[in-house]
Write a protein that binds this ligand. Sequence first.
Ligand code: ADP
Ligand code: ZN
Length: 760
Amino acid sequence: MHTEQQDLFDKQPAPWELDAAQTQAVASVVFAAGPEKPFDYRVPEALSGQVEPGRRLHVPFGRAGRIVVGYCVRLETRQQLRPLKDVADVIDHRPLLSPAMLRLTEWMADYYMCPWATVLEAVLPAGVRSSAGTRRATLLSVPTRVAARLTELKLPKKQHDILRYLAASPRPLTPTQLAAAQKCTTGPIQELRKKGLIEAVKGQSTLAAPPRVQVNREQHLEMNADQLAALAAIRQSLDAREHRTILMHGITGSGKTEVYIQAIAEVISYGRQAIVLVPEISLTPQTQERFRSRFERVAVLHSHLTDVERHQHWQEIARGEVQVIVGARSAVFAPTPHLGLIVLDEEHEGSFKQDSAPRYHARDVALFRAAAENVPVVLGSATPSLESWHRAQQGQYQLVSLPRRVFDRPLPIVGTIDLRNEYQSRRSRGAIGRQLQLAIEEALREQGQVILLLNRRGFSTHIQCPACGKVVKCPNCELALTHHKPGEMAICHMCEFEQPAPRQCPDCDFVGIQYAGLGTQRLEAEVRARFPDVTCLRMDTDTMQAPGSHERALAKFRSGEVKILLGTQMIAKGLDFPNVTLVGVINADTALHLPDFRAAERTFQLVTQVAGRTGRGAKGGRVLVQTFSPEHPAIQAAVKHDFEMFASDELPIRDALSYPPYASMVRMVMRGPSEPATHEFAKHLAGLLQLSIAKFEPTARVLGPAPCPMAKLRGLYRFHLQLHGPNLVGICAAVREATANLQQPDEIQWIVDVDPLEML
Ligand code: ADP
Ligand code: ZN
């Protein structure tokens, strides 16, 4: 870290010219709003011992000396010539971050080119920062000198009981808490305080631990040979007490979770904690129960927690009272005192990347954290990201494979249905072709259940006039509006703009305006019409808005009450329902032709994952994939359940075009209300980047500016620039230099995204 004040200091007289008496404690402080660089403050005598890295401070800022909140990130004693302002006050009575976590945030700020304080605010939950659920209170404890001779004290019984209880409490209690616990008035507590046997300080009251969820405990399963081999690899690294990354490539249904669980059991057995990261969508009650049934103390961090609940979990974790933390992306920041292992399940999932600053990827943060704390990381997936796969091929990660399903259950047979033929022969109309129709009938006849995937919500995906060709678009985003049946609305899927669905063309007034393209609502209507006696249920973000609706829907499917589950990618992942004997993919091509270099990878992942939802029980299962491009390598590989085939087809393409994993990438997006002004600014920035790239990283390339594939979003025009090159550090240095003194018109905003996943 380099502060402005230090620069000044460097130009001051040499140390021997200074008087030792001028040595003073200096705190470096960063701010969530305002300047990005740290500012230095003098620590006054009265606050020494309280100011330390990881605590928040009140400090004067600016000419007027307005008091603001900042994070202390460093404390040092040094000679200081230039007078510094004094720290005004200390906010937190203990650090919110350990030194290791503070270093992690410093690394993130540097790697993702994001202000340090922005990272700190992302790492510390809002409820922790606001001390949600606690208040300033009198806190009682028993001084050690008293606790030592507790038995010798001659006291009335009640007072003796109170004193014993408080001495045994792991944390200080307020008078009310203590009185409630001992079923007494505050009278005897007052007596004890008067006698000096109880000590009282003013402080923030502590939170009770969150309530425990009771579930039936279960034994670990007897593992098969592949699982044992995978566990042995993890155990080796645990025993060696060293950081290692293990990529566990296990096909769907191969029993990866059991391996995680038994590795965690090992970690817990020597008093350490484990963090399990899963995509938010996989945090189902089923997943939670799998962990809760095996371990005593599990914290599940999901997005519906209130600030107080989150704060309770955070404190409980920080006290070391939790063995396993299961959560989405941000659980990687859980303040475990003795971390032993981090697991990322479905490591290829895009939701591990945050799409606002800091734009971090939980996998990379996990790798940094685990390296710093010297513990292993396990990355698990049936369809690893090509980044992780490549690293495993290079020997940076240790690869372990679970190539078979448990009990050697066969993988489902996957067939493709060429939609071009279906279309030409006109044997069927609508979303479900003839072959799929027959297969659904058969599955239902044999008492099986069916999953139908269509990765597009709404009824019709676009509204077009056949007379003049006009497509009805969002005025803010220029994307085609989707027709939603309830209320007959036309809705923008980006910004939620909505208007009544037009009856006639808004341009030429032609009355035969057509509603085309297929969404999940239309699919649902079609399924209900074709199978009127069968219960079916649609799962997409439109039907799953109410809290708990996701769980309720899955429970209905599990119980067999619902026979056909249809929906978007929400139903493609992680579900384990043995009675599903048929999976139908309505249109595998929805993501295949997007202007994104990961389009093929995403299509492969989606088809493979949804195919994995069947054949999990004794009845077996099959998959039918409707597509216009059955010969596409991504679809071919998914049909064969062959990840390695996909990787060996796709990697040479990435290499030739120098895309990740062969090159690093940084994406910059500029947006503003005026298209020409935003374009001008983007060109100006591109020019600066060309110069700094030539200086720092001449082998890298600057591409663009070009309009983003989503060229207008929420009323703002968007342009992007991409930097590709073998060396990320050099690229970032160039971006830093080019943007250091960048002046932009007020209404234009820009962002930088390191290792971008989103290219639209
Ligand atoms: P994956 O995560 O690899 O798709 P899961 O961990 O969900 O697979 O396992 C699939 C199913 O097999 C689960 O119901 C799980 O309880 C069961 N299972 C896993 N390992 C074993 C085992 N060794 N013996 C019996 N059942 C197992
Ligand atoms: Zn819009």
